[in-house]
Design a protein around this ligand. Structure first.
Ligand code: U5P
Length: 212
């Protein structure tokens, strides 16, 4: 089964609660990051807890181990169940996030190759494979890999085995839900749901990925 994760990149608490209220029956998790947290404060995590779904903090943490640890501690104290970290900062920085996550009973996911075109300037073939290996070595729970490049997701799957693949890039970035769903564990969709005239209907249509 492929889960559907809503990327809730709206800018205010009111909008976030409105979209979550409309879509929660069709989604399996919510991901928020800088747009919403900088717009509404970290406490929005407590409000979203009302929907009783896993809540992932997409801060793409990318600092020295001590700073990563401090950031991750804030995240889990705020009520998140998972955190996304960059991997290029190296094994000690990634391990800091994984350790805090696991001590809190949460999950940590490592970015390998991003979904936008410019990701290939630095993060393409070769580097992404090394980042996936690092995710395995650091005992992370999974990776972020691009729905815009299914062939790359297949290659990264060979490295991470049964660890989770969370995959953004469907819809607004041009990726195909039908093509990527069988290759991944969780499909991340943002604008194609929250900018839709009918977010509930859009979420429902993407939720069919569970059966693909
Ligand atoms: N995201 C990507 N690509 C990555 C990593 C993360 O798009 O490689 C995030 C974006 O920051 C956004 C969501 O929160 O996934 C995709 O949103 P959308 O393009 O579906 O609106």
């Amino acid at each position: 089964m492929t889960e559907l994760m809503l990327a809730l990149d709206v800018l205010t608490r009111a909008e976030a609660m409105d979209i979550a209220e409309k879509t929660y029956p069709y989604i399996d998790a919510i991901k928020i990051g800088y747009p919403l947290v900088l717009g509404s404060g970290l406490s929005v995590a407590r409000d979203l807890a009302e929907f009783d779904l896993p809540l992932i903090a997409d801060f793409k943490v990318a600092d020295i181990p001590n700073t990563n640890r401090l950031i991750a501690e804030h995240v889990f104290e705020a009520g998140f169940s998972g955190i996304i970290t960059q991997g290029f900062t190296g094994r000690d920085s990634v391990s800091a996030c994984v350790d805090v996550a696991h001590n809190a009973g949460g999950k940590c996911y490592v970015v390998t190759e991003m979904s936008h075109p410019g990701a290939l300037d630095f993060m393409g073939e070769g580097v992404a494979e090394r980042l996936a290996e690092l995710a395995v070595e650091c005992n992370a729970d999974g990776i972020i890999a691009p729905a815009t490049r299914p062939e790359r997701v297949k290659a990264l799957r060979q490295i991470i085995g049964s660890k989770k693949i969370l995959s953004p890039g469907v819809g607004a970035q041009g990726g195909s839900a039908e093509e990527i769903a069988p290759l991944i564990d969780s499909m991340i969709v943002g604008r194609s749901i929250y900018n839709s005239e009918d977010p509930a209907k859009a979420a429902q249509s993407y939720s069919c990925v569970r059966d693909l």
